[in-house]
Ligand binder design. Sequence first.
Ligand SMILES: [Zn+2]
Length: 210
Amino acid sequence: MENFQTGHDEFKHSYFKKHEKELIELAKKGQQPKALFIGCADSRVVPNLVTQSKPGELFVLRNIGNFVPPYGLNECYNATASGIEYAVKVLKVTEIIICGHSHCGAIAHLYSHSDEKNPHIDKWLALGKSAKSMAIISQPKNIDKESLLRVTEKLSIISQLDNLLSYPCVRDLVEQDKLFLHGWYYDIENGDIDYFDPDDNIFKPLSDLE
Ligand SMILES: [Zn+2]
């Protein structure tokens, strides 16, 4: 805890002091972020750090595996679904980024064969099952495990983008060209981000995005 306490002290006396005007303005006017960022809860994936964005610029939802539950199938409390509705209908974001990443524990867990029961985790990870099936079907049988995981991580991003389109509020705006969806893949080993190009069906370096 001491690290966090010292960190906050530093934040208060350096960053906050330097950006005080903008931060007070944000408090008065409220937030108007242009983008919703759906990322993994993994501690190595830090949305504002990897995009170098400031407070007020990104509305962020993070969960295990950067998964998106399909619309309307969940009767229990659903933080991700309500966050999507809030970002689209109230904040009126114009971009949604689903950002997966390399070495994702959620994706690795899809392949683990533990008998341990974790009811909440087990139910949530079902959202990655179609990516796992697609990866196994599409790859050679002798593929090494790490390569299979990297493929599954990327296929999951595409699968979650599909789930996002099951939300009527998202689909309607996408069809009207008022909302744009993006699939990103962050490599934690080198800091690179690739984006999914649906026309060519491949991931390309984000720096090549026009
Ligand atoms: Zn992850």
